[in-house]
Write a protein that binds this ligand. Structure first.
Ligand SMILES: [Zn+2]
Length: 301
């Protein structure tokens, strides 16, 4: 099993009434470090991939996985020469990217995110597609600076542009571009190697995630290192390959929607079966994925 899938399955197990959480040994989890630029690393353990940049003017962090991992994360950052993050950007509101927020906020980290991330984190919520209930974060875990379109950080000689992509994975996604280093954190716009979860319930859409992929591709060149929300660090070519898959799926499903096909009919037709071998081995089988994305698909004109 791919290790980035586990937290999701654990959560599903909890909501299904099985107390797998208690049996989950956070102590056995360790971070994998991948250098992606000068003093910039991707950190991977469980949950969404993290980016960290360290330097004299402070540590800059993108996403923070789960609360029980914060200590390990801080230890890891220390090994890289950094300290408690000065800034943390949340790429979106999901619990596998924001679980460490309360710990870090309490430690003095300034949390920054899109306006809608703060809104969603402020109240108890629910992810129906995954049957997961989500508790509101305490005040210290909420973003203290929010933006509607974009913002930039000027730190350690780097310019880090953080910009919103609309109705993509959620309605509050941000992409983080380390301009000098030529590194991009795509958030959950990119699931490298498999069908992405799209949080249609909270404003995500297949068309939006496709458009956001296009935006990232336009910023990248052959040398760009792109950190996906889930899966291994990849290249522009790999993102193009993913974009092509999304585009094919959108075209196929839009045509079926236009014909007035119901979800049940679409599932029975197996319209994306040819893609399953390559993309269906991650979070979702194509059946489950179709269920998630089809209802939110807009009827093409
Ligand atoms: Zn997500």
């Amino acid at each position: 099993m791919k290790n980035w899938i586990q937290p999701l399955l654990i959560t599903i197990a909890i909501s299904g009434g099985v107390s797998a959480w208690a049996d989950h040994h956070w102590s056995e989890v360790s971070y994998q470090r991948i250098p992606v630029g000068d003093h910039i690393y991707a950190l991977m353990a469980e949950g969404g991939n993290i980016a960290v940049a360290v330097g004299e003017e402070g540590t800059f962090l993108v996403d923070d996985q789960f609360a029980p991992l914060t200590k390990k994360l801080l230890w890891e950052i220390e090994q890289l020469g950094g300290g408690t993050p000065r800034f943390l950007v949340n790429t979106h509101w999901h619990y596998d990217h924001t679980g460490g927020n309360e710990n870090l906020g309490a430690a003095g980290t300034l949390i920054v995110a899109h306006d809608n991330v703060r809104k969603l984190l402020s109240v108890d919520g629910h992810l129906s597609a995954l049957n997961v209930a989500i508790k509101a974060l305490g005040k210290e875990g909420l973003p203290v600076i929010t933006f509607s379109r974009d913002t930039s950080f000027h730190i350690n000689g780097e310019t880090i542009r953080v910009f919103h992509v609309e109705h993509a994975h959620t309605d509050g996604d941000a992409v983080v571009h380390f301009q000098k280093a030529n590194v991009i954190h795509a958030g959950d716009v990119w699931f490298n190697g498999f069908y992405p979860f799209i949080d249609v319930e909270h404003g995500g859409s297949l068309a939006g995630i496709l458009a956001a992929s296009e935006q990232i591709i336009a910023l990248a060149d052959e040398q760009t290192k792109i950190i996906p929300g889930h899966g291994p660090v990849g290249s522009r070519d790999e993102l193009i390959h993913y974009r092509d898959m999304l585009s094919q799926v959108l075209t196929t499903l839009a045509a079926l929607k236009k014909q007035g096909k119901s979800l049940e009919q679409v599932i029975a037709m197996q319209p994306i079966a040819s893609l399953d071998a390559e993309w269906g081995d991650g979070y979702f089988s194509s059946e489950k994925w179709l269920e998630i994305i089809y209802s939110g698909l807009e009827v093409p004109r």
